[in-house]
Design a protein around this ligand. Structure first.
Ligand SMILES: [Zn+2]
Length: 282
């Protein structure tokens, strides 16, 4: 019985450690908050698309430009470096200035959602810049970007109650909004097929949570079994009459008014009474 309880405790400890690990994984966004003027209100629009870009430059130059007081023209919500670092420049609650186009070109945009909504796509977009030139992401960069897509979806779901669908209509490249000026953003080597394939699968955290859910379910079943066995033991311990070895002590206790009647009780009760008697305390 005891060894089963200790095994359960170990399970619970493992669950807690894994949850802590999952929590740590979610803390790798470095805030570079832009205190200048290159963001604005979403004007009530909910983020509905994630737009991928290529920075055509280094992460250092991206950081410098997006935090420069001279920059009053462009920004992005996030940047992902070749090393897999994620920098955030604009809060998701605000609109970054990344993929805006004029009204006449909105009507001709390749992305259906842009044509249908008919408003500045920055208003309902979340933008990710990737350090590099041709879209050929490093492995660390791809993993970080994949994680970031899921982070954005979770954040938007929590803040606005909207789930950004992970499909080709909502996970876009800049060229699908602005094919005239940005036909090569995020670059010819951007890993679209792999990104869509990975986004379709459950994340590591989701897999872990499912595993933990199953383990907790199993642990609960063990606890329920233990409780049932304990109930049986308690019932068996409840004696229907006073055992012979306790009769003298019970009688003495009744005579002294310590207990009113020799009511049938548990094994332990009679044992304690007998020990007190033997110690001369009755
Ligand atoms: Zn772009």
């Amino acid at each position: 019985m005891r060894h089963i309880a200790q095994r359960d405790l170990r399970n619970v400890q493992r669950v807690l450690i894994q949850l802590a690990e999952a929590r740590c994984l979610s803390l790798n966004i470095i805030w570079k908050g832009n205190q200048y003027t290159n963001s604005s209100e979403r004007r009530g629009q909910v983020p509905q698309i994630i737009v991928n870009h290529i920075s055509v430059g280094s992460m250092a130059s991206l950081d410098a430009w997006f935090t420069s007081p001279n920059n009053k023209v462009s920004s992005a919500h996030f940047g992902v470096s070749k090393h897999g670092d994620i920098h955030q420049y604009v809060k998701l609650e605000r609109m970054a200035w990344t993929q805006g186009i004029s009204a006449d070109r909105i009507a001709k945009a390749p992305a259906a959602i842009v044509r249908e909504k008919g408003i500045n796509p920055n208003l309902y977009g979340v933008s990710i810049e990737h350090e590099g030139y041709d879209g050929n992401l490093s492995e660390e960069q791809f993993e970080a970007s994949l994680w970031l897509h899921r982070y954005i979806r979770d954040y938007v779901k929590q803040e606005w109650g909207y789930v950004i669908p992970f499909n080709r209509e909502h996970i876009l490249g800049h060229f699908q909004i602005d094919p005239v000026r940005k036909s090569s953003c995020p670059g010819p080597k951007f890993p679209w097929i792999r990104l869509y394939a990975m986004l379709a699968k459950p994340s590591w955290e989701e897999q872990q949570m499912e595993q933990l859910r199953l383990e907790l379910q199993a642990t609960k079943a063990v606890v329920a079994d233990l409780e049932a066995r304990l109930a049986v033991m308690e019932r068996d311990h409840h004696l229907s009459e006073v055992p012979d070895w306790a009769k003298a002590s019970v009688n003495k206790a009744v005579q002294q008014g310590l207990i009113r009647t020799p009511t049938p009780s548990s094994h332990d009760f009679f044992r304690i009474l007998t020990v007190l008697d033997r110690k001369g305390l009755l």
